[in-house]
Design a protein around this ligand. Structure first.
Ligand code: BGC
Length: 906
């Protein structure tokens, strides 16, 4: 009887458990981040739920100082209590202040709408880094290997030994550099990050990485080693030459060991370290690396190595750098680091006269080649890299400009040798190998693909293979160019954070990869690069102090990218943090242009860069962006509760819009310049009175028709072209442009073998061959900004900026262009969204997944609502489906979370 009673209670307990289960706990967008410096980090979780229409009614977060405390359901650092809220992302930690080095454990439970609680989630953690300058005991150490710093010299190898006598509980390595560093402990590499500490304006902030090195520490003698590279700090940056931030690289290292008995030991970089030159004879991100394996020092990073021949390093106190008295703030690494994400094997080798072998990797990629070789000591193998081949099959390097992109490896002559460079990267599909002893096999070269390791978040595919190749090329363009900062290109002597490129591609970028943390870091670079007067730089990080800045469409990235991150990730902290900076930019333009046409202070004024003989008048483009900025800032002010500012910027927007219309728009809807981009910007940025919109759209369509159904847009117009055609009722024209494979079109480059997005529509043409090599990259993502349209219109996954972060989404696929199916997935902060439709036997059938704790408005193509079904039932009677209205050939429904299958006869 008693047993039966217990059983009943247990069953009742199980049944009372809610329909929601929290999972995927994230802190500041990351899983279990180590070494953060955000005082009140933001927490997010996803919710798993089977039944439809699930929303979170309340949550409780516990944050504890030990796993044991958390296991007892105690949040000694923070117990949020039961908070009635449907928020499950960006929950701000509200507990006790956290100290340097403190690790905390956390979990969450939630209540569903029936007030049933879930179990607690599995635990997660985060750990604070070194928060105070006083935490640092380390000094900046360097070792000058050559007196002349006008060229890259041998990379310094630095080492120190230390003894460990007691049992180790944990060990952390806090490390940074002016330059690049690779750290080693007892012969093992620390972490797998590349190009650390990453690229920032080293005059303003330098990032620090934190590593858990507990497993690398041994009892007895230990050794720590660091190799320094020039990197952005003192190597070549863009076309501006060397020593941009300082003359020689230096490392900052602090190893903290906590013993099981509670005592601690700290080993820091200081003047007691030893330095030597090693096998890396020269290294430069743009020029390449020269490595002589005969100069290797086996065991240099192990304790028993004899360093009697090594010299003393030079040390500078952390707070007094030779070039920046007072020190530069050290900040925690925030974004994903660059890492190896893939390996590619060649698909062919061609032999050329004089013993040159050209390997084809089949994919334009970014990273380097791993070389496998055996041969006599002293033999030098040279690798050169290129994106394309000349007509005679040799590599096309003219477009690299000053970037030499050449690696040299000299063999030590000891069996098979495997070499990968440490401090350089190249953008290439072809590798030319000369000096190879013997005949190389395909396995002599492997392509090592690296980029900022932003987690993949979206997939797109459809029934047209050419469009799938386009998506492939967009993703590879993003991979190659999201490297520390969003860059224009990865191969020539440029590779810079060009703002125009970044802003036009950002929305597409959010679909393909989770770029929240990556862009959050970059937006700080953007603010760091802002001029004292308020101009955003055209390039961030800024590469020359005296550079002209604030170009229309480029500087505006400082407003457009934060807005995009707010819309996609519901990140109000980001827009709050940069609000003043954005306002200053708008005021900077406004002050010089009181009549609200952006005529003054346009500086470089690039226009619709790389358009096809159809440049936009510069005042039209500039004024359109000025209006757009004001409009976006008004909405961001609203989101931040700054009602007065929201009104002020809304009024400014309306004023600019009126000035634009008066100055540039005729009563028949024609816009000064009459180019496609003129119409696209005016329509997209809501600059036209309602009655002129259809007329302007008609001019746009006629312009396309006059070009025999082709586009003429450059970087600025291209991203908005298909979305604007779609919104103005010209879906057929949008699909026509997508499907084109004649010049100029995306399909044209694909027909000619493109595996990434080209910088220019005419990078190579049948008539002219290669364009001017001064500006001819084959891996520039800007023209790939059509990617957002593939997700939002072809597959039909879009957000609703009034409920940002995909809290409410718009699922609105618009079939056309002969496609018979399309499918996309997008991993939002709330969990995976899918849209998967096909046209089959005259019926549209569509599978949709909406994550728990979100809602969607879905648009089913239908002549009338009567024929629409959901999982076999009339849609308006289906569980959790509410019919809203018919709209322009779509039956529109409101749904909550869950899996749905709609069908509709066509
Ligand atoms: C870059 C572009 C950039 C442009 C400015 C070029 O050299 O590669 O992508 O936006 O300059 O117009």
């Amino acid at each position: 009887m008693l047993l039966g009673g217990l059983l009943m209670t247990a069953i009742a307990g199980v049944m009372a458990l809610g329909a929601l289960h929290p999972a995927t706990l994230r802190c500041e967008y990351r899983t279990d981040p180590l070494g953060i410096d955000v005082a009140a980090p933001r927490l997010s979780w996803t919710l798993e739920a089977k039944p439809r229409g699930q929303m979170q009614a309340a949550y409780q977060v516990l944050v504890a100082s030990s796993p044991g405390t958390l296991r007892h359901d105690q949040g000694d650092l923070w117990d949020s209590g039961k908070v009635a809220s449907d928020r499950s992302v960006q929950i701000v930690y509200g507990g006790q202040p956290l100290a340097s080095r403190q690790r905390v454990w956390w979990k969450v439970r939630v209540w569903d709408q029936q007030d049933h609680p879930s179990d607690y989630s599995a635990p997660a953690w985060w750990e604070m880094g070194l928060l105070q300058p006083a935490d640092w005991k380390a000094q900046w150490i360097g070792f000058q290997t050559v007196p002349d710093t006008s060229q890259s010299g041998p990379a310094p190898y630095l080492r120190q030994t230390f003894a460990v006598q007691k049992g180790v509980r944990q060990a952390r390595l806090y490390a940074s550099a002016m330059g690049l560093y690779k750290a080693f402990l007892n012969g093992r590499r620390v972490g797998d990050d590349i190009f650390t500490p990453g690229w920032t304006d080293y005059h303003k902030r330098i990032q620090v990485q934190t590593y858990d090195v507990t497993d690398l520490i041994r009892s007895g003698q230990n050794a720590i080693g660091v190799i320094l590279g020039d990197g952005w700090y003192c190597g070549n940056v863009g076309w501006t030459g060397r020593n941009h931030y300082g003359p020689m690289p230096r490392a900052l290292v602090q190893l903290e060991i906590t013993y099981r008995d509670g005592t601690t030991q700290t080993l820091v970089s200081d003047s007691s370290w030893k330095g030597a030159a090693g096998p890396i004879l020269a290294s430069d991100l743009l020029m390449g690396e020269t490595y002589d394996a005969r100069k290797e020092m086996p065991g240099w990073d192990r304790p028993r190595f004899n360093d009697a021949g090594w010299d003393n390093v030079t040390a500078l106190p952390r707070e007094s750098r030779e070039d920046f008295p007072g020190g530069v703030p050290l900040v925690a690494q925030y974004a994903p680091t660059v890492q190896q994400v893939d390996e590619i094997h060649p698909i062919g080798i061609a032999e050329h006269p004089q013993g040159a072998y050209v390997f084809d990797l089949g994919q334009n990629m970014v990273g380097w080649a791993r070389l496998r070789v055996s041969g006599p000591a002293g033999t030098t193998v040279t690798l050169r890299f290129a994106e394309m081949l000349n007509p005679d099959g040799t590599i096309y390097t003219a477009n690299l400009r000053r970037a030499k992109c050449t690696d040299h490896y000299t063999l030590k002559g000891q069996g098979e040798e495997v070499y990968e460079p440490s401090f350089t990267f190249h953008g290439f599909r072809y590798v030319e190998v000369t000096g190879y002893p013997g005949t190389p096999g395909l396995d002599a070269i492997t392509g090592i693909v690296v980029h900022s390791n932003t987690p993949p978040s979206g997939t797109f595919a459809c029934s047209n293979p050419m469009v799938n190749q386009l998506q492939h090329n967009i993703v590879w363009g993003q991979r190659g160019n999201y490297l520390e900062v969003p860059t224009d290109c990865p191969q020539r002597d440029e590779r810079l954070g060009w703002m125009g490129d970044a802003q036009i591609f950002a929305r597409t970028g959010t679909y393909n990869m989770d770029i929240a943390a990556f862009m959050t870091k970059w937006i700080q670079d953007v603010e760091d690069a802002q001029s004292p007067e308020g101009a955003y730089s055209d390039i961030s990080p800024r590469v020359k102090d005296d550079m002209a800045d604030g170009a229309p469409g480029w500087g505006d990235a400082g407003v457009i990218v934060p807005w995009t991150l707010y819309a996609v990730y519901d990140d109000t902290r980001l827009i709050e943090r940069h609000y003043e900076s954005m306002a200053k930019w708008i005021d900077y333009i406004h002050a010089a242009n009181p009549n609200l046409l952006w005529e003054n202070r346009r500086n470089h004024d690039f226009g619709d860069w790389l358009n096809i003989d159809a440049d936009i008048p510069r005042d039209v483009m500039a004024t359109a962006y000025f209006a757009y900025d004001a409009h976006l800032l008004a909405q961001m002010a609203q989101a931040l509760g700054k009602a007065d500012d929201a009104q002020k910027y809304q009024q400014l927007f309306e004023g600019i819009r009126d000035a634009f219309d008066t100055a540039f728009v005729s009563p028949d809807g024609r816009i000064k310049g009459d180019t496609q981009t003129c119409y696209v910007l005016a329509l997209r940025f809501d600059l036209l009175p309602e009655n002129l919109r259809p007329l302007a759209a008609q001019h746009l369509v006629e312009n396309i028709q006059k070009r025999d159904g082709h586009l003429s847009t450059g970087f600025i117009g291209v991203g908005y072209l298909l979305p604007t055609l779609t919104r103005t009722g010209h879906l057929d024209v949008a699909y026509r442009l997508l499907n084109n494979d004649t010049f100029p079109s995306w399909g044209y480059s694909i027909k000619h073998g493109a595996t990434t997005i080209w910088e220019r529509w005419d990078g190579w043409t049948e008539e002219k061959g290669f364009q001017n090599p001064g500006m001819n990259s084959f891996n520039h993502y800007s023209l790939g900004s059509v990617g957002e349209w593939l997700y939002e219109t072809v597959a039909g996954i879009d957000l609703d900026p009034t409920q940002p972060g995909y809290k409410h989404m718009i699922l609105h696929p618009q079939p056309g262009g002969g496609l018979t199916w399309a499918q996309a997935t997008y991993d939002s902060l709330y969990g995976p969204i899918t849209s998967d439709w096909k046209l089959d036997n005259g019926a549209f059938s569509w599978k949709v997944t909406v994550p728990a704790n979100t809602t969607a408005t879905v648009y089913v193509p239908a002549k009338d609502a009567a024929g629409v079904t959901e999982s076999g039932h009339p849609a308006n009677q289906a569980e959790g489906v509410k019919f809203l209205r018919m709209e322009a050939g779509f039956a529109v429904y409101a749904i909550g979370s869950g899996d749905y299958t709609f069908t509709s006869p066509q």
